[in-house]
Every structure is written in C-alpha cells, then in structure tokens.
Design a protein around this ligand. Structure first.
Ligand SMILES: NC(=O)c1ccc[n+]([C@@H]2O[C@H](COP(=O)([O-])OP(=O)(O)OC[C@H]3O[C@@H](n4cnc5c(N)ncnc54)[C@H](OP(=O)(O)O)[C@@H]3O)[C@@H](O)[C@H]2O)c1
Length: 293
C-alpha cells in the first residue's frame, strides 16, 4: 500500500520516497534495491550526492519497469545557468542510464547570483517543454526566493523540497508553497539532521512526545513522524542504509494519528534549522564541480 500525490501539473508521485544523501556509492545500489523490494517507488538523489550511477543500476537490477519508479534528482549550484543546467541534465541522465526524469529540481537557490538561478530554472522549463522531464521544482527555496522566481519564470514549481521535521516545521515556507500550489517535500523528514553533528542532547528519535504517541500504536518515533507528514499532505523521503529501518520507515500505512496528535507534533517546532541557511549559499563556499561521468 502507499499514498499518491497529484502534482500541480497533473503528474502523480508517491508521497513517501527513499533518499540517498550520504549513502556511500558502494552501498547505494544494494540499499535502493532493498527500498524498491520494500515497496518504495520514489527515489530521491542528486548530482551532488555522487551516487546517481548506483541508483540507476538499482532500478535496472530491481526488474521493475522504468514507468513504475519515480526518479527525482537535483542540479547542483555549480551547474546553474541556462546552458550549464541543460548540460547538467545530460550528465545526470547519463549517470542514471535513463532517457527521462520524473522530477528535476534546483538543489538550492543561489541568492548571491539569482540570475544564474533563474537561468537554471528556465532550462528546467525547456526540458519540461520537450518532455525530457515530467515535472520540475526547487529545493531550499524560502518564500522570498519563490516569489522572485515566480516573477521571472512561467512554470510554477511542482515541488519545493525543504528541511522539515517536528523540530523545524517552516510554517512560512509551507504557507508560501500552498499559495503557489507547490507541494512541500520534507528532507530530513525524521530529523536525521538533528542527530548528527548537533550539540543538542535531544533528538527526534527519543523525543518523549513523539515516542509516547508511537507507543499508542505500537509504532516507532520515525513511523509517527512519517505518518505526520503524510496526513498533513507532504511528501517525505527518509534515508537509511539499514534493511530493518528501510522496511519500518515504509510501514506507515496502517495507522492514523488524531488531529490532536498532529497539533502536538506541530508544536515541537523550535524554529532552529539543522542544515545550512539557504541565504548563505555561495559558489565560493559550496560550488564544487560535478564530474562529467
Ligand atoms: N535538498 C536538500 O538540500 C537535502 C538535504 C538533505 C537531505 N535531502 C534528502 O532527504 C533525504 C533524507 O534526509 P536525511 O538523510 O538528512 O535525514 P532523515 O531521513 O531524516 O534521517 C536519516 C538518518 O536517520 C537514521 N534513521 C533512518 N531511519 C531511522 C529509524 N527508523 N530509526 C532511527 N534512525 C533512523 C539514518 O541512519 P542509517 O542510515 O544508519 O539507518 C540517518 O542517520 C536524503 O537522503 C536526501 O535524499 C535533501
């Protein structure tokens, strides 16, 4: 069982997917094969994750028809600009071994060089126009970035993928996305970012509010958080390299949180992000080149 979401251009996408950020290339094929065997049909990768080739290999190895797997990848900022992003598409599909992508998104806004961000998005529009991608979108766009993009481009982003877990819920971004009919897709949906490299003792996985809700249903904190995303209408793309977690993170279709529990989870927001500030994204600091092959 799963839940589908219809994007603003009519394309249907599974709400719950599998992410591969920080999954080492040598483990990625095996992990993605396991995810596909478990039932995931949305895979989220990125040029910057250096594992697109292994994701493509897993799709072929799974034996599933290409049309059964929704493939999402991202253009890195060093490939922003119209021609550069068209070339980034060729690099990504070349590594994945695919002809088309289901969803192609800008990985970050580049606020210090928004002209290049716009050029990159116009390339996505061109790829959408000639059918090489089925939907296009953005990631880590704050409301001001969405507004600035909308002023200078034609196609409303189908998806905005942002950090979103109970400790950082970004209500302003969710509101702006909804006003634009853009789907909010949660990265770090179970708060993985809060448990690595953070000084805080508290993590979403042992949060007393989240675990207490889980106990009522015989579900883990991760399962409660994923259910929360689905019931609030978001897409979520949890990552794990462990079979048991890959499976349990997908076992979220047989229980229903109450409205009160959803509000309790919303109320855990601290307003503190775990990931980088989107406004701090510069080519000088983060512009590592994406290899050709
Ligand atoms: N657009 C962006 O800028 C951006 C940024 C970050 C991430 N993403 C996307 O979002 C995906 C998910 O984000 P994320 O990896 O940062 O965070 P996440 O999915 O919230 O959490 C992943 C972390 O939690 C652990 N974990 C997974 N399932 C668990 C469970 N059931 N119980 C306890 N621990 C569990 C994983 O460890 P193990 O692997 O050891 O199980 C890993 O350390 C990424 O893979 C990527 O596709 C996008």
């Amino acid at each position: 069982m799963s839940i589908d979401i219809t994007l603003n251009n009519g394309v249907v996408m599974p709400a719950l997917g599998y992410g591969v950020y920080q999954t080492p290339p040598e483990e990625t094929t095996e992990c993605v094969v396991q995810a596909l065997e478990t039932g995931y049909r949305l895979i989220d990768t990125a040029a910057a994750y250096a594992n697109e080739r292994e994701v493509g290999e897993a799709i072929r190895r799974s034996g599933l028809d290409r049309s059964e797997v929704f493939v999402e990848t991202k253009v890195w900022i060093s490939d922003f600009g119209y021609d550069e992003t068209l070339h980034a598409f060729d690099k990504s599909v070349g590594k994945l071994g695919l002809d088309t992508l289901d969803l192609f998104i800008l990985h970050q806004p580049l606020p210090t060089d928004f002209d290049r961000t716009v050029g990159a998005y116009k390339a996505l529009e061109a790829l959408l126009g000639d059918g090489r991608v089925r939907a296009i979108g953005v990631s880590n766009f704050m409301p001001e970035h969405l507004a600035a993009l909308r002023e200078r481009t034609d196609v409303v982003p189908a998806v905005n993928q942002v950090e979103l877990h109970p400790y950082f819920t970004q209500p302003d971004v969710q509101r702006a996305d909804a006003q634009n009919s853009t789907l909010t897709q949660a990265w770090s949906p179970i708060g993985g970012i809060t448990s690595c490299g953070s000084d805080s003792e508290r993590t979403t996985f042992d949060d007393p509010v989240i675990t207490a809700i889980g106990e009522q249903y015989g579900k883990s904190a991760a399962q409660v958080m994923l259910r929360w995303h689905l019931q609030e209408g978001r897409s979520a793309i949890p990552k794990s390299v462990h079979t048991e977690r890959i499976e349990s993170n997908f076992d979220v279709f047989d229980f229903q949180l109450t409205q009160e529990q959803l509000r309790e989870l919303d109320a855990l927001d601290t307003g503190v992000r775990g990931g980088p500030e989107p406004a701090s994204m510069t080519l000088e600091r983060f512009g590592m080149p994406i290899p050709e092959a």
